[in-house]
Design a protein around this ligand. Structure first.
Ligand code: FE
Ligand code: FE
Ligand code: ZN
Length: 277
């Protein structure tokens, strides 16, 4: 089954997100666990989660993907920055246990001049303090564009986080098509080659979700500016090959394109038409 959805506002709670997803033809969705710029998380209502779970089961929704705030930097140079990252992730994962079986995606972090080795160690250390073996949520490292000092600019850096963390065996990866393109992986010209590299460096069994975005910038630009599907440098045909690729087609795809709900509805419809069954 084609699992396709997009990023939704979490302001109305879980049931509202499920209903919005269905109204635009989606069967998966992503949301921020809290204001993406940081700050406190809204309390989760158990009634809302219960109503959502029933609704999701009835309508075949899932898996849901929670996205950590993008200001979170586990590899920061300042202790207060790292402490925010750790406490935000800890409380996000605690709240996510209510919606058991979710995915939780985060940007590994930026080493801000300390060097990738140092950054990777800090990220792995935080994960080991926060993850618990009995958690039902799968934590995903997102592939990054490599803007500034971002860690995760190539598959090898994600592999090194997995290897450095004692909990590494539990970690998955979310592949963002805009980010890997901006990082220099030619998914338009050689998707097979990129997936082969992913398999060798990380292992395709770790790949749990795809962020489906076009990119405003050329291959290797390291910019991270998402474009609407077919309106960027990756192009519609390449993204259609991605949703149909035998190694990707069973994964959930989440749009993070610069769209309002009507725009997302149109992109979902377009992609469903291009999906081969
Ligand atoms: Fe992201
Ligand atoms: Fe993304
Ligand atoms: Zn991005």
């Amino acid at each position: 089954m084609f699992k396709i959805g997009c990023h939704l506002s979490s302001a109305g709670g879980y049931l509202a997100m499920g209903q919005t997803a269905v109204s635009i033809g989606a069967n998966v969705f992503q949301f921020f666990t809290r204001n993406p710029r940081g700050g406190a998380a809204k309390p989760v209502s158990r009634e809302d989660v219960q109503a959502f779970r029933a609704y999701a089961a009835e309508n075949g929704i899932g898996p849901i993907l929670a996205h950590a705030p993008y200001t979170m930097n586990a590899a920061g140079a300042e202790e207060r920055v790292r402490e925010f990252a750790e406490s935000a992730m800890r409380s996000d994962l605690e709240r996510l246990e209510l919606t058991s079986g979710a995915l939780y995606n985060f940007h590994p972090g930026s080493h801000v001049g300390q060097g990738a080795d140092k950054g990777i160690g800090l990220i792995a250390g935080m994960l080991d303090r926060v993850l618990r073996p009995d958690m039902s949520t799968t934590v995903l490292l997102e592939t990054m564009a490599g803007k500034g000092s971002e860690i995760g600019r190539d598959f090898g850096e994600l592999r090194r986080i997995i290897d450095a963390a004692e909990c590494g065996g539990a970690l998955g990866v979310c592949l963002d098509t805009c980010h890997v393109w901006d990082a220099g992986c030619d998914i338009a010209g050689d998707l097979d080659g990129v997936l082969d590299l992913f398999d060798r460096e990380i292992g395709l069994d770790r790949l749990k979700a795809v962020h489906l975005n076009d990119s405003m910038n050329p291959l290797g630009s390291r910019k991270d500016r998402h474009a609407k599907i077919g309106k960027g440098k990756i192009g519609f045909d390449a993204l259609v090959r991605a949703i149909n690729h035998p190694l990707l087609r069973d994964l959930p795809f989440y749009l993070e394109t610069p769209c309002d709900l009507d725009g997302y509805r149109a992109e979902i419809e377009m992609l469903k038409k291009a999906r081969k069954d």
